[in-house]
Design a protein around this ligand. Structure first.
Ligand SMILES: Nc1nc2c(ncn2[C@@H]2O[C@H](COP(=O)(O)OP(=O)(O)OP(=O)(O)O)[C@@H](O)[C@H]2O)c(=O)[nH]1
Length: 400
């Protein structure tokens, strides 16, 4: 029995069934009548509905006419539809989230039946503020367009989730690329936790690919957890450094260098050319002592000037070489599968924590336990067990 409360406590992104009032029909996605009237979930209906596992699975492929239209527009490469779809996945409104999940399920089903014709490549790009990320993406993106690719640029901005402001999104960035027909540049969402933003970005990548963008760049700024999160959603992780830099090398950020499949020393031009050469040699020797992210690939170090457009082609060659090496060993499919599992667990963890925090009874219990833990009257482990027990009992009670 799935009670109304339990339904509400289920994550909207997982297999929470979509339940409709009005004309109810479970239909295969390849046989959908666009005249079906679906209106989003009716809690009153859900309250008395027994939903069994096979039905849940069937519901996940149900698509409303609105979803179908959006997905058709996406398949035709409409930037408007892409923007609208990403807005849906970023929205916290439950009806939007339901629509977004319907759209994503439909897209996944479609891609299982009919895989994308072009291979897709997801590239993460990180670097400290001012290192030249926008300038590089602008130059690199324009180069990719010349090579016949369609390029999407997404951003995971740790500052926006903490402060509501944004390091990456405030100024007009990548103006030429933003205007190009075959490019789509999405500013970072300005709300939500970093985990939430990252999760939305994962879904946005799928949407970009469904809209025919075969190269997706996910940009982040080198702060906190954001690089690790981005590295866990892309095929290849690229670190952009400046000629004066060295923070990363000095051990402050050794972790990020270890995550990197390619290090690009930007601003290798004019007076900065010699410094860029020296930094690039430093990285090349330092990397020899680090664990490579994959045993099949040795992290490369290259110099570019985004301003003067030099070395951009070499950077792309290195990326393609990585892509070819990994795909021919079937490692990218494996990597993407493993990443999906990582994200599933991240989301389970964050959903459970959200729900623990939103339940009044549990919240009160947590407050009491926190003070006991603080005073040393209870161990952290005992308190954690107790919170989980109270929460599970609460779920059980709600079910009855
Ligand atoms: N000389 C030189 N300057 C560059 C190059 N690339 C970027 N710059 C300059 O570096 C400064 C910062 O560039 P951005 O592209 O805004 O850097 P960013 O990393 O995107 O900066 P944030 O958005 O603040 O994170 C600007 O003044 C650029 O003109 C380059 O290849 N050579």
């Amino acid at each position: 029995m799935l009670s109304r409360r339990l339904w509400h406590s289920m994550p909207v992104n997982a297999s929470r069934p979509l339940i409709y009032q009005g004309t109810k029909r479970v239909i295969a996605s390849n046989n959908i009548s666009t005249t079906d009237r679906f209106s989003p979930l009716a809690p009153a209906y859900a309250q008395n509905t027994i939903i069994q596992a096979p039905l849940i699975a069937a519901y996940s492929t149900v698509a409303s006419s609105k979803t179908l239209t959006l997905s058709e527009q996406l398949a035709q490469g409409s930037r408007y539809a892409l923007a609208k779809s990403i807005t849906l996945v970023e929205s916290s409104r439950s009806d939007h989230r339901a629509e977004a999940q319907q759209l994503l399920s439909y897209i996944l089903k479609k891609q299982r039946d009919q895989p994308l014709t072009k291979p897709t490549f997801r590239i993460g790009l990180s670097g400290s503020p001012g290192v030249g990320k926008s300038t590089f993406i602008e130059a690199f993106g324009m180069y990719l367009l010349e090579q016949g690719h369609k390029v999407a640029v997404l951003a995971v901005d740790p500052s926006s989730s903490r402060t509501g402001g944004s390091i990456l999104g405030d100024k007009t960035r990548m103006t030429e690329l933003s205007r190009a027909d075959d490019a789509y540049v999405r500013p970072s969402p300005s709300r939500g936790t970093l985990g939430g933003v990252a999760r939305n970005t994962n879904e946005a990548i799928l949407l970009c690919e469904a809209a025919g963008y075969d190269v997706t760049l996910v940009e982040t700024v080198g702060v906190g957890q954001s690089e690790t999160m981005v590295a866990e959603m892309v095929d290849m992780f690229v670190l952009l450094v400046g000629p004066g830099g060295g923070d990363e090398l000095q051990g402050l950020k050794k972790g990020i260098v270890e995550l990197s499949d390619l290090v690009i020393v930007n601003k290798a031009d004019g007076k900065l050319a010699d410094a860029a050469r020296a930094v690039s040699m430093d990285y090349t020797s330092a990397i020899k002592f680090l664990q490579p992210p994959s045993p099949l690939w040795k992290t490369k170090v290259l110099r570019v000037s985004s301003r003067e457009n030099t070395g951009i082609d070499k950077a792309w060659e290195a990326m393609k070489s990585y892509f070819d090496t990994m795909t021919s060993a079937n490692k990218l499919t494996e990597k993407r599968g493993a990443q999906r599992k990582v994200w599933m667990w991240r989301q389970i963890t964050s959903e459970l924590v959200d729900r623990l925090n939103s339940d009044d009874k549990v919240k009160q219990h947590v407050a009491e336990l926190e003070s006991k833990v603080f005073d040393g009257k209870m161990t952290s482990g005992q308190a954690a067990d107790s919170v989980v027990d109270v929460f599970l009992n609460k779920v059980k009670e709600d079910r009855i």
